[in-house]
Design a protein around this ligand. Structure first.
Ligand SMILES: Cc1cc2nc3c(=O)[nH]c(=O)nc-3n(C[C@H](O)[C@H](O)[C@H](O)COP(=O)(O)OP(=O)(O)OC[C@H]3O[C@@H](n4cnc5c(N)ncnc54)[C@H](O)[C@@H]3O)c2cc1C
Length: 381
């Protein structure tokens, strides 16, 4: 049996950050994939959206005080400084998002360089973990590994084809941790039959405001073959669990300013014409010269475009979801080190925890901040 001081389960964003910051430790990095950082490699459309200039706990779902404590130890500035010291200058795009200049491989190469001295056991799937005589015994498809401490950095359930498994939740439960009900997030929605007409708008994207579960979001909605997607929907899927959402299709337009126009409604609305026509048709409202609508119809038109009411049918599922929302409850984890309060030597970090960020680099930043916190904790003992 192989024996190490620290076994890191998962060579994704969290595990790589831990491994990169460990000082003189006898550690082993384990992953089911044949290479490190499979998700990083495809993240951000292949350019890895590393972090966000607007980093703040308010872009996360979970215990925001816990988020604050982790981000205060390692934030977007410390991350960028570290990357710069390693020769990578992230570039700012889409207002506030930092990406690798050329490809995600640039950040992966930094990790490769920093962890070259750490033994890796790739193509190795962790099946279970037990604790015997104060040592963790890790059962894998390639034999057992004994470790004094383990770092669970095994991520969530989305994108199983990139190695995702539920092992992190199983380990947490085994050692008495509560795991809150997980669900796919940052994912598109399927439609109820009342909105099936959206499918005919497939490929069209337009800027909207959306309200759900006490959250006001804005961004583009993308009508897709399977349902609706686009940044505003992906972010809404993080907060929305059930019930109705409201979409404002004309967030920056005052309908009353055109009330007396002789022109057709669809020619004056700042929306793709096909969207206007499809919405009107769905409520049997004719597209006609605006002045000719009576007061009742005009009110219906206002409701239709400013507060379109709908309930999503479901999501596109884990195979399309960028993240898994919810996870291991953070109340039993020490935010100073990310060590379990229930089992000494057991650490958790990254997406496996019940903390999830919006689109825009918040999830990788979370994983990197967790990884740094864990490494610091391990270095101090
Ligand atoms: C398509 C896509 C694009 C994304 N783009 C971005 C982006 O641009 N910016 C952003 O902030 N976030 C992005 N995300 C989300 C982000 O990648 C994750 O939140 C982040 O990688 C989580 O880091 P982690 O270390 O917790 O888990 P992961 O990076 O998922 O790493 C977990 C590792 O554990 C391994 N593992 C799992 N189970 C086992 C097991 N039983 N045995 C051994 N190994 C195991 C996995 O193979 C994996 O390598 C994207 C996600 C997807 C799916």
């Amino acid at each position: 049996m192989q024996r190490v001081d620290i076994a890191i389960i998962g060579a994704g964003a969290t595990g790589l950050m831990v491994a990169s910051h460990l000082e003189n430790k006898n550690a082993l990095l384990i992953d089911t994939n044949q290479d490190i950082g499979a998700k990083i490699a495809i993240s951000g459309g292949g350019k890895c959206n590393i972090t966000n200039q607007k980093l703040s706990p308010k872009y996360y779902l979970g215990d925001l005080n816990f988020v604050k404590q982790i981000l205060s130890k390692y934030n977007n500035h410390t991350l960028i400084s570290w990357l710069k010291s390693q020769g990578l200058n992230p570039i700012l795009q889409k207002e506030s998002q930092y990406f690798c200049p050329k490809s995600a491989n640039e950040i992966l190469n930094i990790f490769r360089k920093n962890i070259h001295h750490i033994p890796k056991q790739l193509n190795t799937k962790v099946l279970s973990v037990d604790k015997k005589n104060n040592r963790f015994v890790i059962d894998t498809n390639r034999g057992q590994i004994e470790a004094k401490k383990i770092v669970v950095a095994s991520g969530g359930l989305s994108f199983a084809k990139l190695g995702a498994t539920d092992i992190g939740y199983k380990i947490a439960q085994k050692f008495g941790h509560k795991v809150n009900r997980v669900r796919p997030a940052l994912v598109g929605w399927t439609l109820q039959k009342e909105q099936f007409f959206f499918k005919e708008l497939s490929g069209i994207s337009t800027f909207v405001k959306l309200s759900t579960a006490n959250k006001e979001l804005e961004g583009n909605i993308l009508f897709a073959h399977k349902g609706i997607s686009g940044p505003v929907i992906l972010n809404a899927s993080l907060y929305h669990t059930k019930g109705y959402i409201t979409i404002n299709f004309l967030p920056n337009f005052k309908l009353h300013s055109i009330r007396n126009s002789q022109k057709q409604l669809s020619t004056l609305l700042p929306l793709p014409k096909r969207v206007t026509k499809a919405l009107l048709l769905s409520k049997n409202i004719p597209d006609k010269p605006i002045k000719k609508y009576d007061t009742t119809k005009w009110q219906e038109i206002n409701n239709l475009f400013y507060s379109y009411f709908m309930a999503p049918a479901g999501t596109f599922g884990y195979s399309k979801a960028e993240v898994t929302a919810s996870g291991i409850d953070t109340s039993e984890i020490d935010p100073k080190t990310l060590q379990s309060r229930l089992c000494k030597g057991l650490y958790f970090g990254g997406e496996v925890l019940d903390i999830t960020g919006e689109l825009g680099g918040y999830n990788l930043q979370w994983a990197f901040s967790c990884g740094y916190t864990i490494a610091k904790g391990l270095n101090s003992v």
